[in-house]
Structures are given as structure tokens and as C-alpha cells.
Design a protein around this ligand. Structure first.
Ligand SMILES: Cc1cc2ncn([C@H]3O[C@H](COP(=O)(O)O)[C@@H](O)[C@H]3O)c2cc1C
Ligand SMILES: O=C(O)c1cccnc1
Length: 347
């Protein structure tokens, strides 16, 4: 599969308008469900159907990979944690397992570049990736293969009945490439994108700031090509995520975005497949400073803001019940006519 994406359609304006008209007929004061009304209308637009259908198969795909830059000491945790957490996902003991189950979603884990053998390595492109402050993360071939893998996984999931997709990340050090991608695509200064990640101390923060500054110099030299940017500054996990998010839009499947790592991949995906962001909603606001830059650039308003900074798809999973509630309101509430309730004076 190539890295050329077909044109992305926009979600149905007609279904969205029908949903907003339906909201005016449901037994509540006009506008009283606040943003739930627009969220339900967005799902109606994605499904091209009013009322929208409650999600039957919400699916989280966690893309795991190690990062060469972790050897520079940019994280509070060692790289071995990536592979160990993959085993934890498979065993069902991670935060995303619990949060997805609580929201009625299931979890799939894909090892794109973990620096260890894992039981989910069928799609592995390589072990870890280059240290992006001084070398490319991937070769051109590896980059294209990773994007194609992400696309193929989105296709597999949609063909398997998934009607709502969430991407998650697992990879020690991955907030560093995420910050670099975001700075490269928003024009932000390095210092504006350096976050605390797993909870780094001030000395680690300074090392991370230097790594981001050096990597950003290389990222900017790559020019505006999204595939070249993924090659120089991302890694196979982030490249696959970008392919996955772009392909979800091609397949007209709504996506809840997670925090800074997934959103960095989303920013690249919007360049790979312009218009893809219309198929995405922001699940939450991560405390990572670079996340706000993506939300602003893609004009996305997070559903929840709980001070979370985990990744794995956790912020998106927490937002899923809100989106489900928005859909069910449109699908299940009675209208004024049906319930015999009087409408506003003057109607
Ligand atoms: C036990 C554990 C579970 C995680 N789940 C997600 N992350 C998240 O934190 C890491 C990114 O932060 P940094 O760039 O500071 O390394 C990634 O592994 C990300 O997926 C975790 C991190 C740890 C330690
Ligand atoms: O916002 C995120 O995705 C995030 C934040 C900290 C660590 N890992 C991921």
C-alpha cells in the first residue's frame, strides 16, 4: 500500500443539520445539553445518519515502539518498560485495559518497534529507532512500511466492524519525538514544547530541551514533506499511528484523539490526508504543553480536562462515555410531540 492517500470526504452536513433540528424537537429546553448536542450531531455527520447509531464496536489500538533518543536520558523511566508494558496490556493490567473496559471498548496492542521480543510482534518494522537529535529515526523504506501498516490496521479494524477508533501510544521517550513533530508543524520554539512526560526532574528537563532543540534543527531541514518528517523525527510507532488516523478518515470512521503523542501523529496525518481532522474529536486535554498547540492548530476542543498525562489512549477512553451519551440522547430521547410535552411559549 502506498503513502498516497485518496481524497478525504467531509462528514455529512445534511445529517449534522438533521441532528441539530432533531435536538430542537427533543424534550428539553433548546441548547440545554450544551456541547453534547454538537458532539451527537458530529457522530450523526460521520455516520451520515440521523439519529446516529450507538457504537457497537469501539476499538483502541495501542502502537508500541522504543525510541533511540531515550538513551540520552530524556525520560524518568528506562526503555525496558516499553516491552514490559506491552506484556501488561496483553495481560489486561494497564490503565487503558481498565478505562477501555469501563467505556465498553476493546484493546489491541501492536508492536511496531519495541526493543524486545513481544507476543504481538507480527507487524514489527524494526527494534527501536535512530536517535533523532543526530540521525534519522527510520529509513525511507521503513517509514513507508510503517505508514502502510497503520493504514492496513485501520482497514482491518473497520472491516472487522469497528465504528469508533482510538489510537494509543506506548514507548519510553516518545514525548520527545512528539514535541519535535509538533514544533516542526506549528512553528513553535523548542522551549514551548518541552513537557514533563513521565514526570522528569529539572535536570532531565534540560537534557530533553537540548535533545528537542537538536532534533528540531534536523526536522526543519527535512522541509514540509510529512513522510520525510516521520523518517527524520518520528519512529515506526508514530508513523503507523499517522497512517492509522489518516486511513480512519478515508474509511469515514470517527476517531477520538488522545494526548500529546497521538495528537503529534494526528498533525502529520492531517498533512498526509488533508481534511482527515474532520473525522476526529479531541478526547481530552493532556497537561503536556505541546498538546495545546495541536488542539489550536486543528481547531479541536477537548471533551474532558482531568489533568491526565499518561497516553495509551487513556484520555480518549475516558471521553468515550461522553460521546456515547451524546449519541444515545439523539437516538433515544422522546420528542415534544411523542411525549405530549408543551413547547416553548410562542412556538
Ligand atoms: C509504567 C508506564 C506506563 C505508561 N503508559 C504510557 N506511558 C507513557 O509515558 C511514556 C512517555 O513519557 P516519556 O517521554 O517521559 O518517557 C510513554 O511510554 C508513554 O506511552 C507510560 C510510562 C510508564 C513509565
Ligand atoms: O499526553 C500524552 O499522550 C502523554 C503524556 C505523558 C506521557 N505520555 C503520554
Amino acid at each position: 500500500m502506498s503513502t498516497e492517500f485518496p481524497r478525504v470526504d467531509t462528514p455529512s452536513r445534511a445529517a449534522e443539520d438533521a441532528a441539530l433540528r432533531r435536538h430542537a424537537r427533543l424534550t428539553k429546553p433548546l441548547g440545554s445539553l450544551g456541547r453534547l448536542e454538537a458532539l451527537g450531531a458530529w457522530v450523526a455527520a460521520c455516520q451520515d445518519r440521523c439519529p446516529p447509531t450507538p457504537f457497537a464496536r469501539a476499538r483502541v489500538v495501542v502502537f508500541a515502539g522504543d525510541h533511540g533518543i531515550a538513551a540520552s536520558g530524556v525520560s524518568a523511566y528506562p526503555s525496558e518498560v516499553t516491552g514490559q508494558m506491552v506484556a501488561n496490556f496483553v495481560a489486561g493490567g494497564a490503565a487503558i485495559n481498565v478505562l477501555a473496559a469501563a467505556a465498553g471498548a476493546t484493546v489491541r496492542v501492536v508492536d511496531m518497534a519495541v526493543n524486545a521480543d513481544t507476543p504481538v510482534g507480527d507487524h514489527k518494522i524494526r527494534r527501536s529507532c535512530g536517535s533523532i537529535d543526530r540521525e534519522d529515526a527510520l529509513t525511507d523504506e521503513e517509514t513507508r512500511a510503517a505508514i502502510a501498516t497503520g493504514r492496513a490496521i485501520a482497514d482491518e479494524e473497520v472491516d472487522g466492524g469497528a465504528d469508533l477508533l482510538i489510537a494509543g501510544d506506548m514507548g519510553i521517550g516518545n514525548t520527545t519525538p512528539a514535541a519535535v513533530l509538533i514544533a516542526a508543524l506549528t512553528g513553535a520554539e523548542p522551549v514551548a514544547v518541552v513537557g514533563r512526560g513521565t514526570g522528569i526532574d529539572d535536570q532531565t528537563w534540560m537534557r530533553k530541551a537540548v535533545a528537542i532543540r537538536d532534533a528540531l534543527r534536523r526536522a526543519r531541514a527535512a522541509g514540509g514533506d510529512p513522510v520525510a518528517l516521520l523518517r527524520t523525527s518520528a519512529g515506526a510507532d508514530l508513523a503507523a499511528m499517522a497512517g492509522f488516523l489518516a486511513q480512519a478518515a478515508v474509511r469515514k470512521t470517527p476517531v477520538i484523539l488522545d494526548g500529546v503523542v497521538v495528537s503529534a501523529a494526528a498533525l502529520v496525518a492531517e498533512d498526509l490526508a488533508p481534511g482527515a481532522s474532520k473525522w476526529w474529536v479531541a478526547g481530552h486535554r493532556s497537561v503536556e504543553p505541546a498538546h495545546a498547540l495541536v488542539l489550536e492548530q486543528l481547531e479541536l476542543e477537548p471533551i474532558v480536562d482531568l489533568g491526565m498525562r499518561l497516553g495509551e489512549g487513556s484520555g480518549a477512553a475516558v471521553a468515550l462515555p461522553v460521546l456515547t451519551a451524546a449519541v444515545r440522547v439523539l437516538a433515544e430521547m422522546a420528542t415534544f410531540d411523542e411525549a405530549g410535552v408543551s413547547t416553548a411559549a410562542g412556538d
